[in-house]
Design a protein around this ligand. Structure first.
Ligand SMILES: Cc1cc2nc3c(=O)[nH]c(=O)nc-3n(C[C@H](O)[C@H](O)[C@H](O)COP(=O)(O)OP(=O)(O)OC[C@H]3O[C@@H](n4cnc5c(N)ncnc54)[C@H](O)[C@@H]3O)c2cc1C
Length: 486
């Protein structure tokens, strides 16, 4: 399907607006609100019959901090300097990060929380301090990533940064997007559902002038005087793109997203000359907790060797698991620390025994491998140390109480939830860049259409995607509205 229509071949535009936003999820909704706040006319297209996207399916946890702390952090007595927040994010994404983008986010993340509250999203002044994926007690602040784990704890003070809508648990997305979509409806934007953006209209100098929309089997053109914002989400539902960009996990993962995650915006942006980056990066969820006591166990690969500190965030486990031989790995544990992972009922107990040797033999691991790993681990865990991977002392205890068990978590069995992190290279303003990093006039992208703050599964923490989509969606909407009309 051609994703670009040259302006000079077009017979005319059926509709006209200042800013055309494609996609009514988190990024698109926030872009619309900001563009409308400047007084710009906005048409908002949504392929589905209603807005929300993956943002509404999510817990809408947002990873925010810096500036001394968000209002929620500060009111709970938690300080989070911008230097501390920045140091943590640098450790998360290292050379993958775009420093300009991280600077902008760190400087504005605390104020973004205020903006969400100003829209009417409610956050409860309560901290949930335990190790959890999504806090289910109704509290609005929790640790959501690797803050308390090595190497992050060595370079930044661990603070909780996961901001969850009050009393919502896994339904945070419905709650937050319910409020945000209501504000969009009140904003005067022209919302058109069942309307899929299928191509961009571009002139010979590269400026984008609008888009072609498919609605009820008919295609027509909408002119955007100031800019088009691409906010159509990621591409985890696109078979061909996932086979090409994340081939190792495409076949085995459970696709985590909404049916519209087809990469439309990324494909349109690339056709207009944009550069898609970090396309091979994905969030792979291996949640061995809750129950938190599973963190006392040790993960070993099919060589019987450890490969990660087990107290890290689930996507970091997923990342390291994905590079083990055959993506095979197991949790070894003992009687007091045994637990079935709440989120992965498909895990299988492959061996049980009164000795480590028995477990090793039953599981078919190389002779002596598991025995050696467990003996070494136990020798140090008893002293509160993990010389190999530096698991925090609170999760260290010798695994010496039979019966012992080996539980298989291998990715082909687990079929972990995955979503994509790659997208268009943009400036923090949302302006889409060519491979030479020149701006494509009139074209903006945000959310999972863009390569955002979270650029690797290894450094991902819960809340980074929604925080990024809504924060940079706002910037894209504001920039597009402020663009000089064509
Ligand atoms: C179950 C689940 C839980 C999650 N939990 C969290 C969490 O707690 N915190 C976090 O940070 N991340 C979480 N994520 C990830 C996060 O939700 C998404 O990465 C993020 O919300 C994407 O936002 P977006 O605005 O880019 O896309 P979306 O919110 O998906 O919005 C894109 C919209 O564009 C529409 N669209 C697609 N193509 C077109 C087109 N051609 N024309 C017009 N419209 C189009 C789609 O229908 C959709 O409505 C979770 C994801 C899932 C699936």
């Amino acid at each position: 399907m051609p994703r670009i229509v040259p302006l000079d071949t077009l017979s005319g535009f059926e509709l006209e607006t200042d800013v055309l936003v494609c996609g009514f999820g988190g990024a698109g909704a926030c872009a619309t609100l900001e563009a409308r706040a400047t007084g710009a006319e906005v048409i908002l297209l949504e392929r589905a019959s209603g807005g929300g996207g993956s943002t509404a399916l999510s817990a809408c946890e947002m990873y925010l901090g810096g500036s001394g702390g968000t209002r929620l952090q500060r009111e709970l007595g938690i300080e989070d300097s911008s230097e501390n927040f920045r140091a943590y994010l640098d450790e998360c994404f290292g050379a993958h990060a775009d420093p300009a983008r991280v600077d902008t986010f760190v400087a504005g993340a605390a104020a973004h929380f205020d903006w969400m509250e100003s829209l009417g999203v409610r956050y409860k002044r309560e901290l949930y301090p335990e190790r959890e994926v999504v806090c289910l007690t109704g509290a609005s602040l929790q640790y959501t990533g690797n803050e308390r784990a090595h190497p992050f704890s060595a370079i930044s003070t661990p603070v909780p940064r996961g901001h969850l809508p009050a009393d919502a648990g896994h339904d945070g997305g419905k709650v937050l997007m319910g409020v945000v979509m209501q504000r969009v409806a009140e904003s005067g934007a022209d919302i058109r559902t069942d309307s899929r953006a299928v191509a961009l209209v571009q002139d010979r100098d590269g400026r984008v002038h609008g888009a072609i929309v498919r609605q009820a089997g008919r295609e027509f053109a909408i002119r955007a005087r100031r800019g088009v914002v691409l906010a159509t989400g990621g591409f985890i539902m696109n078979e061909e793109m996932t086979r090409r960009h994340i081939p190792d996990i495409a076949e085995l993962c459970t696709r985590h997203g909404n049916p519209g995650d087809q990469g439309d915006g990324i494909l349109m942006g690339v056709s207009a000359g944009g550069n898609a980056i970090h396309m091979g990066q994905a969030f792979i969820s291996v949640a061995h907790y809750p129950p938190a006591r599973n963190t006392f166990g040790i993960f070993v690969n099919e060589q019987g060797q450890r490969f990660v500190n087990e107290d890290v965030y689930l996507a970091r486990i997923g990342h390291y698991a994905s590079v083990q031989t055959g993506m095979r790995f197991f949790m070894f544990t003992d009687e007091p620390h045994f637990g079935r992972p709440d989120y992965h009922q498909s895990t299988e107990i492959v061996a049980v025994g009164e000795t480590v040797e028995e477990v090793e033999r039953e599981a078919g691991l190389p002779e002596g491998s598991l025995q050696h790993t467990v003996a070494y681990y136990n020798a140090h865990a008893g002293n509160g140390a993990d010389p190999l991977f530096h698991k925090a002392a609170e999760w260290l205890a010798p695994l010496h109480t039979p019966p012992f068990a080996l539980i298989e978590y291998s990715l082909p069995i687990l079929k972990p939830h995955c979503f994509t992190l790659g997208g268009l290279d943009t400036l923090p303003t949302g302006e889409v860049l060519t491979p030479e990093r020149n701006v494509i006039p009139g074209l903006y992208a945000a959310g999972r259409n863009a390569a955002g703050i979270p650029r690797t599964g290894k450094g991902y923490a819960s809340g980074m995607s929604v925080a990024d989509a809504t924060f940079f969606g706002r910037l894209a909407g504001r920039s597009a509205a402020g663009n000089t009309p064509a």
